[in-house]
Design a protein around this ligand. Sequence first.
Ligand SMILES: *Cc1c(COP(=O)(O)O)cnc(C)c1O
Length: 378
Amino acid sequence: MADLIPFNRPHLTGQEPALLAEALEGRRLSGDGPFTKRCSAFFETRYGLSRALLTTSCTDALEMAAILSGIGPGDEVIAPSYTFVSTVNPFLLRGATVRFVDSRPDHPGMDESQIEALVGPRTRGILPVHYAGVACDMDLIQAVASRHGLFIVEDAAQAIEARYKGRQLGTFGELGAFSFHETKNLQCGEGGLLLVNSPALTGRAEIIREKGTNRSAFFRGEIDKYGWVDIGSSFLPADPLAALLWAQLERLEGIQARRMLLWSRYAQGLAPLAARGMARLPAVPAFAEHNGHLFYLVLEDLDSRTRLIAHLKSQGIQAVFHYQSLHRSPFFQSRHDGRPLPFADRYSDGLLRLPLFHDLQESDQDRVIQVVLGFFGG
Ligand SMILES: *Cc1c(COP(=O)(O)O)cnc(C)c1O
């Protein structure tokens, strides 16, 4: 039998051993060492005016965002139901609650046209998630936010290098959060990035990230002793992890190009399914330049998806479903306001992700395409 084709395999560029050795020999192993500085500077150059703070995960970047947004008990945020728990957990930890928005009929991302109806007297913010690295309609979301004085925190975990009308995602909200988990386009095992796009928040962001102390300013020589000035926690990755991330940043263009190539090969190879109405392929609105983060099919129902997963598995191919609607989760079900969110449920049941990773061989990808087409009798 042919080799197993996994859903994901983290890519290593080959530079990691040398960069890790450099990090270890330098004996600066805690946070904000030389590699962390290199990575931050890289992102700050790339994202213009924003401040880029490396974190231990995207979840942690979002926790920082929740604190920075000043949200508290009684406040509400608006978020898609079809997302990862980390989009909203940080805001619940601050005592806020969440109003969930349905997915778009044509795309798993949040239905921007439904946001404004959910804005009430306690609404404080909107949490767009750029699912699959495909931008939400940021003009629409920013218009709602400015009409009602709401903040925007972008969950750009999957959206590194993806754009909306030519501008990088993660730079539209006051804050944007990225993930370098091993399943994402760029990875260092576990890691994240908080983009601080609002200059008014940068000072406090550094403090919250450093356990509530003004240690960052102290190390820059701006103050002569440091102390406890605010609430905070420990959100700094150890510098060797930043060395792993640096290996990826040195190869950024190649990594992105490879994903886009594989994504396009799927789109081309599986086009007959869409043409014959057997499954939907990813929709990418004209305003969005995606980043090839993931390739999915939307099947008719749960039963066909279960059968396709089993069929692929029998051929040594690992394909996986994705989120289950958060408004129907065991934790949130009783807290939800009862509105049906049919499209979020539709993607919970029907969406299937195919293997897509840097080192996926074209010949293996062709096999995936053949097996999928074969399942539909093509
Ligand atoms: C991966 C992911 C996260 C969490 O990222 P971590 O770095 O694992 O904390 C959050 N939101 C979305 C949409 C994700 O895809």
